[in-house]
Design a binder for this molecule. Structure first.
Ligand code: PEP
Ligand code: MN
Length: 594
């Protein structure tokens, strides 16, 4: 409440303490938003955790809290209907919207591992925001709980290493949890919009929260209903448009108890005090069966941390629009709804803009000792994923064909031991299901890039796919192959340039680094480079790694072996552990390309 602080007898400038109601407990995102907001306003903050969205409104209306905060939508999961409903149902004075970047972490008790989790708790909206990541974990139950702070607190209290929580880094600190995975939301631009409000005619806060006179930085939320008829909604939107008012959100809602009517939540840029609004509302009243002004509020007050420049700056650059006759890949190309570059989650690893990943491992899994020591060396050097072929496509039928399922099991063991997600090649349709259950990323090898039935099969699998460019495939053909996978419903495709056949014989293939900027321009899919197969000679791999990062690749696929001379496959191009360490260290000094 509002209390002048009188401490030492000296007259002091009064400090405002605001009791602020939110749903959840300390460590929740709402709590962090309120803390940041109070700090920016230079006021003290007394948190009042509530058990439901409605309870937040009640706390404010009953005078127990000065302010209330509710989330209303999330960039990935969409409208948080319950938040809007409470704002619409109660008479509240909306003050400001606050847009907050949600940086979710997967948390566990000390000693827990990602592979050991059997249950993950979080707020249902947060679980939805991390759907791809959660989908990549086998045998893990998702448990919705009222809020992320509660998820973290309860997992900590249970002291059970099979339970995890998705919450913020702040929650981890508060409840003594460790981070098991980072960057786990489906997209890095994961913002939630919260609305801050007070009771109508609240005393005392007036000076602090006097609405800005600049209507351009304000927003208005409306709820209206129309009788179901062709063009009814269009008429309402036209009225707003004719007054030059921009609609920034539109969401339909069932009008309970009313037949043949539809309700819509609409957010409009501007303030109801604007005379264009008065005109629009007058006209809207004539064409709607109900019209409720939920409120006008400040829309300029996003905390500074919201705009973390790295990924956003890149995403907002306009894509070059391909010529109409080239629009052959509606799902693979970078345009329209796929304008923003995709990030693909592989286990806990995000592949895409803003990140550069190094994947290492042997050409083929040869023995338990070989793959376990390689996994350890790759992880220690800073590699983030382990590769290893179990089914090897060899030119000669008499060459080592890989250890098959035994190799897959060894790879999985190495993954558990090192914590690294794994990628391995799938060669035939009948291997897809079992492979998808065993590895984190399904590799389609160069020789199978145009095996269309296999592409369709991995397109139906619930695992991300690493699609290698065929050795005689054009960029268009690579994108067409990606389109096969995407069109079957699997959105998680990573492209890989691994060298093409040319007249040149000095190198194993010709690593086509020019494909990287072309693919970045034409497709939203992440692109890796495999210089091992591209050049085929150990000592030329490091310079090509540097070039790959400089030209904008999202990461590297590198062959590493404990003893390259003895490798059963691709010995000439296998890096030693020391080579691999040196490359990872060197690349850390090359800036990430935007
Ligand atoms: C591999 O990565 O193990 C492999 C066989 O590569 P490619 O399909 O590019 O020849
Ligand atoms: Mn190889």
């Amino acid at each position: 409440m509002i209390s002048p602080q009188t401490a030492t007898g000296e007259p002091q400038s009064p400090t405002l303490t605001l009791t602020a109601a939110f749903e959840g407990i300390e460590g929740s995102y709402s709590h962090a938003v309120l803390e940041a907001y109070a700090a920016r306003r230079g006021v003290l903050f007394a948190p009042l955790g509530c058990s439901s969205y409605r309870a937040v409104a009640h706390a404010v209306l009953s005078g127990r809290a000065d302010l209330g905060l509710l989330p209303v939508d999330n960039a990935i999961a969409g409208t948080i209907r319950e938040g809007y409903d409470v704002l619409a149902e109660y008479e509240l004075d909306l003050l400001a919207e606050i847009t907050w970047r949600m940086e979710h972490k997967l948390l566990g008790v000390p000693g827990a591992t990602l592979a050991g989790l059997r249950e993950i708790d979080s707020h249902p909206v947060v679980l939805a925001e991390c759907g791809r990541f959660l989908g990549s974990l086998a045998d893990v139950r998702r448990v919705p709980v009222p809020d992320t702070g509660i998820a973290a607190r309860d997992v900590a209290a249970a002291a059970d290493p099979t339970r995890g929580a998705i919450a913020s880094a702040d929650a981890a600190l508060r409840y003594g949890l460790i981070e098991l995975a980072d960057t786990i939301a489906d997209h890095p631009d994961n913002f939630t919009r919260f609305v801050l409000f007070r009771a109508p005619n609240a005393l005392g806060l007036a000076a602090e929260f006097e609405p800005a006179e600049d209507f351009a930085v304000r927003k208005t939320s409306l709820l209206f209903a129309v009788a179901d008829a062709p063009g009814a909604l269009g008429r309402c939107l036209s009225i707003l448009g004719e007054q030059g008012l921009n609609v920034s959100k539109l969401d339909s809602k069932t009008r309970l108890g009313a037949n043949a009517q539809s309700s819509f939540y609409v957010d409009v840029d501007g303030d109801v005090r604007d005379e264009r609004f008065a005109e629009a509302l007058r006209a809207l009243r004539e064409v709607t069966v109900a019209l409720h002004i939920i409120g006008s509020y400040d829309a300029s007050s996003a905390p500074a941390r919201v705009r973390r420049e790295s990924t956003i700056a890149v995403d907002e650059r306009p894509a070059v629009v391909p010529k109409p006759d080239k629009v052959a890949f509606p799902k693979a190309q970078r345009q329209g709804e796929h304008h923003v570059r995709s990030r693909v989650m592989v286990g806990n690893v995000a592949i895409g803009d803003g990140n550069f990943v190094i994947i290492g491992g042997p050409c083929s899994v040869e023995s338990r000792d070989q793959i376990l020591t390689t996994a350890e060396a790759v992880a220690a050097a800073g590699g983030v994923m382990l590769r290893g072929g179990a089914f090897k496509p060899r030119t000669s039928p008499y060459a080592f064909q890989g250890l098959g399922w035994e190799g897959v099991a060894l790879l999985a063991e190495a993954s558990r031991a090192s914590g690294l997600p794994i990628v391995s090649e799938v060669m035939s349709i009948d291997q897809v299901e079992r492979m998808a259950a065993s590895v984190d990323l399904l590799q389609i090898g160069a020789r199978n890039m145009q095996n269309y039935d296999l592409l369709k099969a991995v397109g139906k699998a619930e695992r991300p796919v690493l699609l290698k460019r065929g050795m005689a495939a054009s960029i268009d053909e690579l994108l067409a192959a990606a389109e096969y996978i995407l069109s079957e419903g699997n959105p998680n495709v990573i492209l890989c340039e691994r060298g093409i056949r040319t007249f040149e014989t000095a190198t194993r293939n010709t690593l086509d680094l020019s494909a990287i900027p072309v693919l970045r321009e034409r497709s939203h899919l992440p692109v890796l480079v495999d210089p091992s197969h591209g050049v085929g000679v150990r000592r030329w791999i490091a310079p090509l790694c540097r070039a790959a990062k400089a030209v904008g690749a999202h990461g590297l696929l590198l062959e590493v072996h404990p003893n390259p001379a003895e490798a059963k496959c691709d010995a000439d191009q296998a890096l030693t552990f020391a080579d691999f360490r040196a490359i990872v260290a060197e690349l850390a000094r090359i800036p990430l390309q935007a």
